[in-house]
Write a protein that binds this ligand. Structure first.
Ligand code: PEP
Ligand code: MN
Length: 280
């Protein structure tokens, strides 16, 4: 038996035993954790206002409710594009406003917490920071929803405990995001762990998103894994989309074109219906 016990021996705050119904997180009229699936789409990084606008316009037209785009990018190499920083945040906020889409962007450094919170509707904590407990504690004091991605090699328990850090600080607006974990498999970027999605849905009341883009690293696998994620019970998906993936400054190989994203949206609809969810 899996037990999510707190220090006092009671259930952890994230535990479903504490709260039977799924937590609904509402941002500017859009809900994560409701009957309708939450679809987050956008480029890996904010590259320019023009590219972001074009992407937002197209993904919104296909039914995405939320716009993503990184202004601070956690790149493996310090020589790779690191993101536009504050300028990227401003672009993202402007485009989100113009398109009437709530925006999601990654916070990497606690020094930027106020700045990022000023411009974004939802703060993303990336896989590489899931274990940054000092940062998680600070997010407990922020009045913004947080998307907490699973660490590169984190167990399900470690992931839930990371969420618990934010909840114990007083912020219960946490959304989990499965984005694949490291395995011995070299032909995909990560290995998408859908059993984690089903198990976390059993154990916790927190909504769960799946990111099939980082989970696979391969454009052709994004739609099949999005369908599988929804069948497994995910509350939504986060997908990278770029109008010209071959020119993208990061993660082009896993980014869908707007046309590919439109095909994804059509492909997930019957799956969503089969599990009693709507897409729009
Ligand atoms: C991202 O969403 O752009 C990202 C860097 O994801 P992850 O932290 O899952 O690698
Ligand atoms: Mn990316």
């Amino acid at each position: 038996m899996i037990k999510l016990a707190s220090r006092e021996g009671g259930e952890m705050l994230v535990a479903r035993k504490n709260q039977e119904e799924v937590s609904r997180i509402k941002v500017r009229g859009c809900i994560i954790g409701g009957e309708q699936l939450a679809v987050v789409a956008g480029p890996c990084a904010v590259e320019s206002e023009e590219i972001l606008k074009e992407t937002a316009f197209k993904v919104r037209g296909c039914g995405a409710a939320f716009l993503r785009g990184g202004a601070y990018k956690p790149r493996t190499s310090p020589y790779s594009f690191q993101g536009l920083g504050e300028e990227g945040l401003k672009i993202l906020a402007r485009v989100g406003e113009d398109m009437n889409m709530p925006v999601i962007t990654e916070l990497m450094d606690s020094e930027d917490i106020e700045l990022v919170a000023e411009y974004t509707d939802i703060i993303q904590i990336g896989a590489r920071n899931m274990h940054n407990f000092a940062l998680l504690r600070k997010l407990g004091k922020v009045d913004k929803p947080v998307v907490l991605k699973r660490g590169l090699a984190a167990t399900i328990e470690e992931w839930l405990l990371a969420a618990e850090y934010i909840l114990t600080g007083g912020n219960n607006q946490v959304i989990l995001c499965e984005r694949g974990i490291r395995s011995a498999e070299p032909w995909t970027r990560n290995t998408l762990d859908l059993s984690a999605v089903a198990l976390v849905k059993e154990l916790s009341h927190l909504p769960v998103l799946v990111d099939p883009s980082h989970a696979t690293g391969v454009r052709s696998l994004v739609t099949p894994m999005a369908k599988a994620a929804i069948a497994a019970g995910a509350d939504g998906i986060m997908v990278e989309v770029h109008p010209h993936p071959e020119k993208a400054l990061s993660d082009g190989e896993q980014s869908l074109t707007p046309k590919g994203f439109s095909q994804l949206m059509r492909a997930i609809e019957p799956v969503a219906r089969a599990v009693g969810r709507g897409v729009r």
